[in-house]
Ligand binder design. Structure first.
Ligand code: GLC
Length: 748
């Protein structure tokens, strides 16, 4: 990979002198202060230490509400002494300005604070979880929702979001699959860049923009067993071919910060991994911002058994290229003595400080430390145009997985609709993971959305039927009774928001609790059952797939979930989403992903091939899959240059016709297979796509650009190579079907 161009949104040569002058004046403690981020601490609350409070929280002796109500210490003294560079967890224009005023106007050098928080899929206007947004394949809209998130976060006093999460994963047991863009490297890379652009804009110093953070660097999604925080072990080739490109894309898009991952990579914890933090990130990608640890990940290097003690962990982290310690004060406690006794050169510290100051200068904090106020904040949060975009993104994130006999869309004047299920009249769970600044009262439930969409004389009968997990409140009989004389049953089932996201790996991928039993009871009525899935990961639901009439994958779509689901159910919007992560038939197939390497014995009819004896080897729903209320026909594939050179661009065209009776959008996908190479290559890889909108009967020639350089891979010697030879081209509606052609890459 070549060096990247200078990242204009982060480094600006005008500031170099100011930065060096500042560093020259700073004491050792002030320098280490810039590397230190604290959260509003609860230390001392209830007259207990932090650890005692955490223990009582875990044991349930202190409720979460009591915990939230605790008086926080905002570290005003340390800020005044210039001993803090950043604060996490501070929201609200007035509080942010008050603390910033202490830093800028009362501390010795007046260095502004950086306020950071997880603003992952919206601040107060909560959008669909990132995995759902990715299913829209709509880069413009993905960028737009990030832009709105930045606008609201900035209005609330924040400067920095710990997003986008760009981890590729091939294991839906891993709860954090909800936070990313799925299993594909090409798609994950362009979504990473779109989100960085959305948060930072062309000039991150503009008041409505915030610093982004590419996380978790790196390969966190490769945790063995899909178990969060678990070890990651892979070849350097797989690391660079599959897991790193979205990070490189974020770096090339000008992302201002990176966050190191909790996991080790091939035995070296990422937080102290010089290969990642310096050799790859700075020397290969040309990154010039700063790297922040994940929460407590420096101290955990000792738990990994990679450092004798915390002091050694801190030293290894700083020397590896980790500039800021998130929220634990590890650097603040463990580094001073090591500089004083010469264990670590102060030059290393100065370089880290320079990187952090350069980001603050480029963010415009020195020129404009107070970027917002209460009026701006109130005008920005939940602005009507933000809610409109939330509805647009929510409906475009929905994936239609099944629609037997075209039972969908429903008429709005049915006599009776039974709406059943634990997530039908629920607000909180629809926000999804990492919606910490959202408010469940802003959510439109699916029951409300359906009720608002139908005509007045349509009867809507609602029953919860059961909980998502557990037995309490179960009442199949009432649900079945309501359903028995309805025209159609809409069953809203799935996962709670806290069943995905961080520390939420699952051993199974079924519908939790008694939900599948509820569906079977409803199915027994003989009435058509339409399942609306609310979930943060792919689920293995073969019985549902075989038996219900329709399946609408609605993920966790944020505040406009109910409206968007009704838009799709009643045909006000023709669903266009396509899966970005494979749905397994069984958890026993995991890891299962479409772009898997070839084997010498691909699954076939004879026994001695790569398959299972107790179930299918094919997934339930493949990557790129999604149905529409209309149909599309593909023909006339044209490989516009059948022979190309390694560094050329070419195009592939195909004619797509809307052969149905209503307008619809189609994601036309281009897959490439390298038939013979110096390493075994994937059976196919996505290398381009185009989302087109076609009227009934309309035929369009869709042309997709193909950069031949993107067909390369890392060879045994770890060189990125594009090798000559024959490549198969496949263009179609998903990763399993399409028209095929050939392309030859010439020696030169
Ligand atoms: C968490 C997560 C990280 C998040 C950080 C701050 O542990 O791993 O994604 O940004 O802490 O909340």
């Amino acid at each position: 990979m070549g060096k990247v161009s200078n990242l204009k949104t982060i480094i600006n040569k005008d500031y170099e002198k100011k930065i060096n002058d500042l560093v020259g004046k700073m004491t050792l403690e002030e320098k280490i202060g810039q590397l230190t981020q604290f959260l509003p601490s609860i230390f001392g609350a209830f007259g207990m230490t932090k650890d005692e409070i955490i223990a009582k929280l875990v044991e349930g002796e202190i409720s979460y509400e009591e915990f939230q109500a605790m008086e926080r210490n905002y570290h005003r003294d340390e800020i005044k002494e210039g001993l803090l560079g950043s604060m996490g967890g501070v929201t609200g224009a007035e509080l942010s300005n008050e603390l910033q005023k202490i830093a800028v106007e009362e501390s010795r050098l007046g260095i502004p604070l950086l306020f950071g928080l997880d603003v992952v899929h919206g601040y107060r206007t909560i959008f669909p979880i990132p995995l759902a947004e990715a299913c829209s394949w709509d880069m413009e809209l993905i960028e737009k929702t990030a832009e709105i998130a930045a606008k609201e976060a900035s209005a609330s006093g924040l400067h920095w979001t710990y997003a986008p999460m760009v981890d590729i994963t091939r294991d839906p047991r891993w709860g954090r699959i909800a936070e990313g863009a799925g299993e594909d490297t090409y798609l994950g890379s362009i979504i990473a860049a779109a989100r960085v652009r959305g948060f930072q804009g062309e000039d991150v110093s503009q008041p409505e923009r915030i610093l982004a953070c590419a996380k978790h660097f790196a390969a966190y999604g490769g945790a063995v067993g899909g178990r969060d925080y678990n070890t990651v072990d892979m070849s350097l080739q797989t690391l660079h071919d599959v897991f790193l490109p979205p990070f490189e894309a974020a770096a090339k898009a000008g992302v201002g910060t990176f966050m190191s991952a909790f996991n080790d990579l091939n035995g070296v914890p990422c937080t102290v991994n010089k290969y990642l933090l310096t050799d790859v990130l700075r020397e290969q990608y040309g990154f010039t911002g700063f790297v922040v640890s994940d929460a407590n990940s420096i101290a955990e290097v000792e738990v990994h058994g990679y450092a004798e003690n915390r002091k050694e962990a801190s030293k290894k982290a700083l020397l590896a290229g980790l500039e800021m310690d998130m929220s634990q004060g590890t650097y603040k406690e463990d580094l001073p003595e090591q500089f004083k006794n010469g264990t670590i050169s102060v030059e290393v510290l100065d370089e880290a400080v320079r990187r952090i100051l350069s980001v603050k200068f480029n963010l415009g904090l020195f020129d404009n430390p107070y970027r917002t106020n209460k009026v701006i904040e109130e005008q920005s949060l939940l602005a009507p145009e933000h809610i409109d975009i939330a509805r647009e993104m929510a409906k475009r994130s929905i994936v239609l997985l099944k629609n037997e006999n075209n039972i969908l869309p429903l008429k709005k004047n049915l006599k009776k609709i039974a709406v059943i299920g634990p997530l039908a009249d629920n607000k909180k769970e629809l926000l999804g993971t990492w919606a910490i600044t959202g408010n469940e009262e802003d959510v439109v439930t699916i029951l409300s959305g359906i009720t608002a969409a139908v005509e007045n004389d349509t009867e809507i009968a609602y029953s919860k039927g059961c909980e998502v997990i557990g037995e309490e409140g179960m009442d199949f009989n009432l649900a079945v009774e309501m359903a028995s004389d309805s025209d159609v049953i809409i069953a809203v089932v799935g996962e709670n928001a806290d069943m995905s996201g961080e520390a939420s790996s699952r051993m199974d991928l079924n519908l939790p609790g008694r939900q599948e039993e509820l569906l079977k009871a409803l199915h027994q009525t003989g009435k058509p059952v339409i399942v609306v899935l609310i979930n943060g990961r792919p689920l293995a639901i073969p019985w549902v797939a075989d038996n219900v009439s329709a399946i609408v994958e609605a993920w966790q779509l944020g505040i406009q979930t109910g409206i968007a689901v009704a838009d799709v159910l009643f045909g006000d919007y023709n669903p266009s989403g396509k899966l970005v992560a494979t749905f397994p038939y069984s958890v026993g197939q995991v890891p299962i992903y479409y772009n898997h390497p070839r084997t010498g014995r691909p699954a076939g009819k004879i026994k001695f091939t790569s398959k299972y004896i107790d179930g299918p080897h094919q997934p339930l729903y493949p990557f790129g899959f999604g149905l529409s209320y209309t149909t599309f026909n593909y023909d006339n594939l044209v490989v516009n240059s059948p022979e190309v050179t390694k560094d050329s661009l070419t195009t592939i065209s195909v004619d797509v016709t809307n052969t149905g009776k209503r307008a619809g959008e189609e994601v036309v996908q281009l897959y490439i297979s390298d038939l013979v190479a110096s390493r075994v290559r994937p059976v196919k890889e996505l290398k381009g796509f185009k989302k087109v909108n076609l009227q009934p009967g309309e035929r369009q020639t869709v042309t997709i650009d193909l950069d031949i350089h993107s067909l390369g891979f890392y060879n045994e010697a770890m060189e990125y190579v594009v090798e000559p030879g024959l490549f198969k081209v496949c263009v179609g509606p998903n990763s399993q079907e399409g028209l095929e052609g050939e392309l030859r890459v010439l020696e030169k």
